[in-house]
Every structure is written in C-alpha cells, then in structure tokens.
Design a protein around this ligand. Structure first.
Ligand SMILES: C[S@@+](CC[C@H](N)C(=O)[O-])C[C@H]1O[C@@H](n2cnc3c(N)ncnc32)[C@H](O)[C@@H]1O
Length: 270
C-alpha cells in the first residue's frame, strides 16, 4: 500500500488543523442522530477527532472502525482512543478504494475531508455503498471549492507575477485534490446510487496571521504545491511570495474553512 502524503504531516495536522474542524465534526454527529448501538465506519479517520465524537455517543452494543492510508494517522487515532478510555474502537491501515470489509457490514459510514484526496471518487462511493447495510446511512464531509479561497487568490496573484509558474493557479488541485461545489458533490453521490436525505455547506471565517495561515495549509499539504520547483532558492523565493500575497491584506487576513455536507442512504432493498 502506498503511504500517502498525509503521513509526514500527521502530527502537525492533528495540532494545527483538526482542532479548527470541531464545528464540522459536531454538525455531522448532530445530523447522524445516533441511537448508540450502530456499527460505524470512519473512512480516512486522520487523528481521530470525528471518530471520538461518534464513539462517545455509542453504547456497549455500538462499535467504531476507522481506516486510513497513513500509519501515523492510525497511530494517533489509537493513542487518542486509548487515552480517552474507549475500547469499542478499532483503527487500522486501509485504502478507501479497496476495503477489507464484507458487503453489508455497517449501519453508518462517515468520511470527513478524505474524499477530495482519493484518486477515484466513483470507486470510493461504490465501496461505501458496498459495505453499508441496506438502509444504512452515509455522512460525507468534503472541503468545498470555496475552502481556503484566500490561498487560491494568493496563488493567482503570484502566477500573474511569474507567468506559467502554477499551471492553473489552483494549489489544491496541483496536488491531486479535487474540491467540489455543493451541487457537484450532491450529483456525484446520487449518481452512484445513494438516496440523498440532506445537503448543505458550512463555512466559517476567522482572522489569522499570514504565517499561521501557511502553517495550517502546510499541515495539510506539506508544501507539496512547491515540490516541482525542486529544493533550490527558487522554492524559498516562491514560498515568500505566497506569504507576501497572503499578507497584502492589511493584516486583516481571514481564513475561510468551508465544507460540503451530504447525508445519504443506501436503498433498503439490496
Ligand atoms: C484531511 S485528512 C482528514 C482527517 C480527518 N477525517 C479530519 O477530518 O480531520 C485526510 C485523511 O484521509 C486519509 N486518506 C486519504 N486517502 C485515503 C484513502 N484512499 N483511503 C483511506 N484514507 C485516506 C489521509 O491519510 C488523511 O488522514
């Protein structure tokens, strides 16, 4: 299995990004209206914060599985679960595109912000459908195409100053992530055989300093957007330009976290 790009940033992600996503996790958990006895799968669990929000609402009959491509993320999630004293969790290395679970296993599948990074989104959704029981529910959270729009704007600016530097000025897409709009994602989920119960977008804006902004972005992408520049002085120059482009907003820089939520169901008839 290929160790994905989140492995080197697992710790930084858990400290710098995940804490800012709590409103997303709580929103998803609220929408799930758990009874407590469900068998739940969290795909791309990362450091495990969403998983913890779910497992603390489960009773002895419930169980939470998490899979992630990154061994470090799995380790962090296991540590968090054991520190919190939750034994009805099981985190293991696994690929969303090829899951080692039987058909019709889970009452609920959730996935928060892993979806943009998987190379084959139809296959991901087909795998979710396969492992869900008939009538099982799916809660998907995915970074929207409005997320970190300030960062994308900074990229546009420096692409103008350095023509051809970043092919389409879209930093996340340069690294293979695909950020969807709400309607695009709803259409994709529905096309893959799910019945849609609810869909909405949640955006939060907060003030932040430019270097903290870059720190947070880099905890997701590890500066991979600069990789094809090599490791020379040019890379450092472009990094500074990104920082400057972010700073040019009179110190009033805002960070926009924005995610799409889709609540869907597998048909009751298999
Ligand atoms: C942005 S992090 C999100 C982590 C966590 N769910 C959260 O919302 O904070 C994306 C996670 O998805 C995992 N991931 C990416 N592609 C995956 C795949 N094909 N199968 C399983 N996990 C994957 C990464 O390793 C990473 O931990």
């Amino acid at each position: 299995m290929k160790v994905n790009s989140f492995n080197p940033v697992a710790k930084a992600y858990s400290q710098t990004v995940a804490p800012y996503r709590f409103s997303q996790f709580l929103t998803l958990v609220h929408e799930l209206r758990l009874k407590g006895s469900e068998k739940v799968l969290d795909i791309g669990n990362g450091p495990g914060e969403l998983s913890m929000q779910i497992v603390q609402r489960l009773n002895a009959g419930g169980f939470l599985y998490g899979i992630d491509l990154s061994p470090k993320m799995i380790q962090l999630a296991r540590e968090t679960a054991s520190k919190s004293g939750y034994s009805n969790t099981h985190f293991r290395l696994g690929d969303a595109l090829n899951m080692e679970f039987e058909d019709n296993t889970f009452d609920i599948v959730v996935s928060s912000n892993a979806f943009p990074w998987v190379p084959n989104r139809n296959r991901f959704l087909q795998e979710v459908l396969r492992v869900l029981k008939p009538g099982g529910r799916f809660g998907l959270v995915a970074l929207s195409n409005k997320c970190y729009k300030e960062f994308a704007e900074a990229f546009k600016k420096i692409t103008k100053e350095n023509p051809g530097l970043f092919p389409n000025g879209k930093p996340f897409e340069l690294m293979g992530a695909k950020l969807h709009s709400l309607l695009e994602l709803k259409k994709l989920v529905s096309k893959n055989g799910f019945m849609i119960d609810k869909y909405f977008q949640l955006s939060t804006e907060e003030p932040i300093k430019a270097d903290e902004y870059l720190r947070r972005v880099n905890a997701i992408v590890n500066e991979n957007y600069l990789d094809y520049l090599g490791n020379n002085g040019h890379r450092q120059k472009i990094r500074n330009q990104v920082l400057q482009a972010l700073q040019n907003k009179n110190g009033n820089l805002k960070i926009t976290e924005s995610s799409v939520f889709i609540l869907a169901q597998k048909s009751k008839v298999n």
